[in-house]
Design a protein around this ligand. Structure first.
Ligand SMILES: [Mn+2]
Length: 325
């Protein structure tokens, strides 16, 4: 039993109102961990008010259902806030988190920015959902779960680990996933929701493969211009997905998608195998995990400089390592 888990359970039991938060532009882990924990807490403590309130909603994962309606500011004052899957306070979707009497950070990102009164951060975990499952299993005599909660948590585990393919996946990850499957999940329905593609998405994919480029040493990259987003009627979520289209090219250990935001800035999504790229992302107003980072550039010149640096990193890596592919 980890000390942090005990503190979090004690705090949950102490409060009558608990408000859950996540980061804006939510991914499967942000949605799954908040909805999963909300369900577990509602089942276990029907007398408590367990709320999930955020400012933005995502189209992605709508099949998992909605969040809760806003409440008056005063109602935050005697509440416990729990922020899941969010590395820094500026990324919390609902800014009213600051009104909560006490706040807990519950996350698996690199802990560069500690916030809240208590924190449970495990940087090596494959997802925040895995941590929620670990929390549930630690107190399984006391906490209740159902197949809806299991489905939310499994969704976050699957999506944040690239279908259990990323290096962060451990034996514990699979044991947690196994515990959820034992509760009961309709994986046929879940995977259909997650992985069936729209015709227009495939058209976009075709465009990416037509226009992608590769540097001398194997950095694959691609620009999603504003014009292309308009032409193909892409949401920013669809455009951002472009980075994963480049993830299976032999010899290309670093791949990058540039997505124009429409305000003069360009979102950069960097991915890699074996090679570490978060230091590079940090040089361009970003950061993240070893092999999955984000950054921002303001013009093509800066984008080209970033590509050049990535190419040099990859050259050095290939010269000094073996068994990469
Ligand atoms: Mn996550």
């Amino acid at each position: 039993m980890k000390d942090e888990m005990k503190i979090i359970l004690d705090k949950i039991e102490e409060y009558n109102r608990i408000i859950l938060f996540r980061h804006f532009r939510p991914d499967g882990d942000a949605v799954g961990s908040t909805k999963g924990l909300r369900e577990i807490l509602r089942l276990t403590y029907p007398e408590k008010e367990i709320l999930l309130i955020n400012d933005d909603q995502s189209d992605y994962l709508q099949f998992l259902g909605g969040e809760d309606e806003p409440i008056p500011d005063e109602a935050y004052a005697d509440a416990l806030g729990i922020v899941l899957d969010t590395a820094t306070p500026d990324r919390i979707s609902n800014k009213k988190f600051a009104l909560c009497r006490e706040l807990i950070k519950f996350d698996h990102h690199i802990n560069v920015n500690a916030y809240g009164n208590y924190a449970w951060v495990e940087e090596e975990k494959s997802s925040t959902c895995e941590m929620v499952v670990e929390f549930y299993l630690a107190f399984r005599d006391r906490l209740k779960i159902n197949s809806a909660a299991a489905t939310y948590l499994y969704t976050g585990m699957v999506t944040d680990s690239g279908r259990f393919r990323f290096r962060s996946v451990s034996g514990d990850t699979m044991r947690c996933a196994g515990a959820l499957l034992d509760v009961g999940i309709d994986t046929d329905i879940l995977y259909a929701h997650l992985y069936l593609q729209d015709f227009s998405d495939l058209k976009f994919k075709a465009e990416v493969y037509k226009k992608m480029k590769i540097t001398e040493n194997g950095v694959a990259y691609f620009y999603v211009t504003e014009a292309m987003q308009k032409k193909l009627n892409l949401t920013s979520e669809q455009a951002s997905a472009a980075v994963s289209y480049l993830d299976s090219i032999k010899g290309s250990l670093i791949w990058i998608a540039f997505i124009e935001n429409g305000d003069g800035s360009t979102r950069v999504r960097l991915r890699s195998r074996f090679v570490t790229i978060n230091k590079l992302a940090e040089k361009y107003r970003g950061g993240g995990h070893d092999c999955a980072s984000g950054a921002t550039v303001y013009n093509r010149k800066e984008a080209n400089a970033l590509i050049k640096e990535a190419d040099a990193i990859l050259k050095e890596y290939k010269e000094t390592h073996e068994d990469w592919l």
